[in-house]
Design a protein around this ligand. Structure first.
Ligand code: PGA
Ligand code: ZN
Length: 432
């Protein structure tokens, strides 16, 4: 007898910022159960799928998700009752049912929660963990983490204009070694901050948000912290920047407003500033270095910086295959940040990863600044084997849920012998 979906039940739960989000319980006719909850961003791109929020000022400052919950419990549950838990057809059905290009009618939050719960149920049916199921016939690979240590931008009260200063443990030989190094650098960063009389208060993703004089000062602080942890700059630990430039771009003047440095600059000057910082620090990845719709600027920036570092599109691509396609055609960026809720279904997320890989673009599977305890992102990173994951700092359980899931998967894949991407994930020559 074919197994089918017998019930779908959604509820409003809270994310890591204490904001409402959607959680879904799914049940199959053979009594298999699965559960999924979805994240939410703060520095969102204009082209993202739309998460549905109630807008009722009397509840959670308008951020309630009771309408999205009702979409699942009403329309979606009715449409999927009796359907097989086949991810591709469930996702196609959800997209159809919603009927809008940005999933705004039912809500991308409602749709993604159902999609992820379906992927889990499908894996359970196949009798394998989600990461193995997502890998299909391909070899699963543990990703190298790209980890936020110092935060600025919208996640840290705009102390600095650049949003994230991240480390990549490029010299570690395994995921578990990489994770340990990250924790050691994180702790030595806290030590250095305390010694300098700076606050070690945490930002949204668990990174530190100290008041610093400049972007260069943040990198110098990291240099000190890495060396204090007994690690070598460049050989053991490299850096990534998430500029999130859309969020300090002034469209009326075409200039970027560097409030923390008390000046504005042109796109070329911003690219030059990044190039300058990269000449003095081991920066091997830069994300959203320009605003989300500056296609020509992105092509020029990729020509200038692309040979030396990974150029990642987050708000720029919004995990959208049409935008990625245009990027591939125009030589804009050479890597894509992959956020499930930017597009709204697992099937479309997998398609973006697949397309990126075929074009020789690297992929970084990424969390949002508002996360839940759902560990699924770790499974997605291992299953798609793109070699990189970005989850936020090694603090706060919504982040650790992913890091710890990767430890479990590493154990299942053979411990120290488990396939691990490491520095290879950044290989700077691309295969077209
Ligand atoms: P967000 O930020 O989740 O707030 O959009 C994360 C990022 O920009 O990478
Ligand atoms: Zn980003």
């Amino acid at each position: 007898m074919t197994t089918t979906i017998t019930s779908l039940h959604a509820r409003e739960v809270l994310d890591s910022r204490g904001r409402p989000t959607v959680e879904v319980d799914l049940m199959l006719s053979d009594a298999t159960r699965s559960r999924a909850s979805v994240p939410s961003g703060a520095s969102t791109g204009r082209h993202e799928a739309v998460e549905r929020r109630d807008g009722d000022p009397d509840r959670y400052r308008g951020r309630g998700v009771l309408d999205a919950v009702a979409s699942v419990n009403g329309e979606i549950a009715a449409a999927l009752a009796g359907a097989e838990p086949d991810l591709a057809s469930v996702d196609a059905r959800l997209i159809d049912l919603d009927g809008t290009p940005d999933k705004s009618r039912l809500g991308a939050n409602a749709i993604l929660a159902v999609s992820l719960a379906t992927a889990r149920a499908e894996a359970a049916q196949a009798g394998v963990p989600l990461w193995r199921h997502l890998a299909g016939a391909a070899e699963p690979v543990l990703p190298m983490p790209m980890v936020n240590i110092i935060s600025g931008g919208l996640h840290a009260g705009r102390q600095l204009d650049f949003q994230d200063f991240l480390i990549m443990p490029v010299g570690a030989g395994s995921y578990r070694e990489a994770l340990r190094w990250i924790v050691e650098v994180y702790e030595s960063t806290a030590d250095v901050l305390r010694e300098r009389g700076l606050t070690a208060l945490k930002a949204d993703e668990g990174g530190f948000g100290p008041p610093l004089a400049s972007h260069a000062a943040a990198l110098e602080l990291l240099d000190t912290a890495v060396q204090r942890a007994g690690l070598r700059l460049g050989d053991d630990v490299a850096y990534a920047l998430d500029i999130a430039a859309t969020h300090f771009y002034d469209a009326s003047t075409g200039r970027y407003v560097l409030a923390s440095e008390d000046r504005t600059c042109t796109p070329d000057e911003l690219a030059a500033l990044i190039g300058d910082l990269a000449a003095r620090h081991p920066i091997l990845s830069v994300e959203d270095a320009l605003a989300e719709d500056d296609w020509d600027g992105w092509t020029a920036l990729t020509e200038a910086l692309g040979p030396r570092m990974q150029v990642v599109g987050d708000d720029f691509f919004t995990t959208n295959i049409e935008r990625l396609e245009r990027g591939i055609e125009t030589g804009a960026a050479n890597a894509v940040l992959v956020k499930m809720n930017q597009i709204g279904t697992i099937t479309e997320t997998l398609a973006v990863v697949e397309r990126a890989k075929r074009a020789g673009y690297r992929t970084v599977i990424s969390a949002r600044s508002g996360e839940t305890e759902d560990p699924g992102l770790a499974d997605l990173a291992v299953g798609t084997a793109g070699g990189q994951i970005k989850v936020g700092s090694v603090a706060q359980s919504e982040r650790l849920a992913k890091y710890n899931q990767l430890l479990r998967i590493e154990e299942a894949l053979g411990g120290d012998d488990a396939p691990y991407a490491g520095r290879e994930a950044l290989a700077l020559e691309t295969v077209a």
